[in-house]
Design a protein around this ligand. Structure first.
Ligand code: PHB
Length: 392
C-alpha cells in the first residue's frame, strides 16, 4: 500500500466510524414520546391543569432518562371534545410516532381514541375517565384513575346504616353518571333502601336549579350526586342556596362532588358532606404527605385532586414499563410490562389487574371537615382492594 492509499483508507475508516457513531448515538437518543391529551381549556380545564402538573412533577422527581432513552412529553389540548381528541391521537401516532398515548379527561375522549390505540398497537393510559366499560374498548387501554361502580357501591352500603333510606339520585347524563346511578341504586335496594327518583342533567352547561327544586319537593333523606370534576362547586352552591340542608335533605355522592380542586372554596356549608372515593388530599400516609407537599411547592400551593393522582400514577406505570423493556419500548412489550404492576400510590396500595387492565384500589368513606382552617375530605372508613364491579 502506498502512502496515498494508506491515508485514503484511514480517512475512509475514520468517516465510517464517525458515521456509525452518529447513527448509534442517534438511535440511543431517539426520545421515548408520551402523547398527553388533556382538556387544558373549556369546562374540564381543571382536570387538564391537575394532570399536567402531576405528570411534570413525576418527571422532575424521577428524571427524564429511562434505560438510556430521553422521555419526552407532548401535551395537546383537546378542549374535551371527542372529535378533537381523535384527530390529535391520530396525529400523535402517525406524525410524532408517540410510544404511548395518555391523559383523557372524559369518557367520550377515551372512547374516541380506543380504535386508534388498537390499530396502531399503542398503549393508551387512561388517567382520568372513569366509565367502567372504557377498558373493554381496546386491549391496549390501561387505567390509573378509577371507575364509578368501584366507588359508588361503598356509599350505598354506608347510607342505610346511617338513617338514609329514601334517596334521589342526580347524575350527569353520560357514561360515568349512568354507571354511578345504576350501581348506587342496585346496591341501595339490595340493602333495603329505595331510589324515589333518578334525575339526569346534561354534561354541557348544566343548570341544576330546576332539578334541585324537584328534589326539595320530594323530601328524600338524601340526594346522591355524581358530576364530573370541576362541576361540584356549582352543585354545592345551588344545594345550599335552596336551603336543601335546612329542609333536612343530606347531600351525599362520589368524591367528584367534593373535589379537592374546589373544596376549600365551597365554604362551611360543605361541612359534614359524606362521599366515597379513592383519593383524598388528606389521606394520612407518609407517601401522600410527600406528594401533596411537592405538588403544592411546584404549583403555587395548588392542592392535588384525584385527577392529579391518576396522572402521577399513570406516569409511574409508563416509566416502570419502559424500565422493564430496558428502554426499548414497543407497544406489546410496554403493555405486558404495565399489566400486573403493584405499588404504593399517594392514594394507598394499588394494583393494575392483568386480566382487566383496570386499577384495583382502596375505596374510602370520607366526611368534609375543617383541619388547620381548611376544608378536607377526612377518611373515616376503608374498603380494601376493590375491583371494578362492572367487570364480572
Ligand atoms: C368521565 O368522563 O369519565 C369522568 C370525568 C370526570 C370525573 C369522573 C369521570 O370526575
Amino acid at each position: 500500500m502506498n502512502k496515498r492509499t494508506l491515508v485514503k483508507t484511514a480517512i475512509c475508516s475514520a468517516v465510517l466510524t464517525a458515521l456509525a457513531g452518529t447513527s448509534s448515538v442517534a438511535m440511543a437518543q431517539e426520545a421515548f414520546k408520551i402523547g398527553l391529551i388533556l382538556p387544558m381549556t373549556g369546562q374540564q380545564a381543571s382536570t387538564g391543569r391537575q394532570i399536567e402538573a402531576a405528570a411534570r412533577l413525576y418527571m422532575a422527581q424521577n428524571g427524564d432518562t429511562i434505560g438510556g432513552r430521553k422521555v419526552q412529553l407532548i401535551l395537546k389540548d383537546d378542549t374535551s371534545l371527542p372529535d378533537v381528541t381523535r384527530r390529535l391521537a391520530q396525529e400523535l401516532v402517525v406524525n410524532d410516532k408517540v410510544d404511548v398515548l395518555a391523559g383523557f379527561g372524559i369518557t367520550p375522549s377515551a372512547m374516541a381514541t380506543a380504535p386508534i390505540a388498537t390499530q396502531s398497537k399503542t398503549p393508551q393510559v387512561v388517567m382520568a375517565a372513569a366509565t367502567s366499560s372504557i377498558t373493554q374498548a381496546s386491549p391496549y387501554i390501561v387505567r390509573t384513575s378509577f371507575t364509578l361502580p368501584q366507588v359508588s357501591v361503598a356509599l350505598a352500603d354506608w347510607a342505610p346504616k346511617n338513617g338514609i333510606k329514601k334517596v334521589v339520585t342526580l347524575v350527569s347524563d353520560y357514561g360515568p353518571g349512568i354507571d354511578a346511578e345504576k350501581y348506587f341504586k342496585e346496591r341501595l335496594i339490595f340493602n333495603g333502601g329505595q331510589v324515589t327518583e333518578a334525575l339526569r342533567v346534561p354534561l354541557r352547561n348544566p343548570d341544576f336549579a330546576p332539578f334541585l327544586q324537584k328534589v326539595r319537593d320530594g323530601k328524600p333523606d338524601a340526594l346522591f350526586v355524581f358530576v364530573p370534576s370541576g362541576a361540584g362547586a356549582a352543585v354545592m352552591k345551588q344545594f345550599l342556596e335552596r336551603g336543601m340542608d335546612k329542609a333536612g335533605i343530606k347531600l351525599i355522592g362520589t368524591g367528584d362532588v367534593t373535589d379537592d380542586d374546589q373544596l376549600n372554596d365551597m365554604g362551611e356549608g360543605a361541612l359534614g358532606v359524606v362521599t366515597s372515593h379513592h383519593y383524598s388530599a388528606a389521606h394520612p400516609s407518609p407517601a401522600n404527605k410527600k406528594f401533596v407537599e411537592a405538588f403544592g411547592k411546584a404549583n403555587k400551593g395548588l392542592r392535588p385532586n384525584f385527577m392529579a393522582v391518576g396522572g402521577y400514577d399513570g406516569m409511574r406505570v409508563i416509566y416502570e414499563a419502559l424500565k422493564k423493556t430496558g428502554g426499548k419500548g414497543g407497544g406489546d412489550a410496554l403493555l405486558a410490562a404495565m399489566k400486573g404492576q403493584i405499588f404504593e400510590s399517594p392514594r394507598g396500595p394499588v394494583f393494575i389487574d392483568a386480566q382487566t387492565r383496570d386499577i384495583v384500589q382502596n375505596v374510602y368513606l370520607r366526611k368534609v371537615e375543617k383541619k388547620d382552617g381548611q376544608l378536607y375530605n377526612v377518611e373515616f372508613d376503608v374498603i380494601k382492594d376493590v375491583k371494578d364491579p362492572g367487570k364480572n
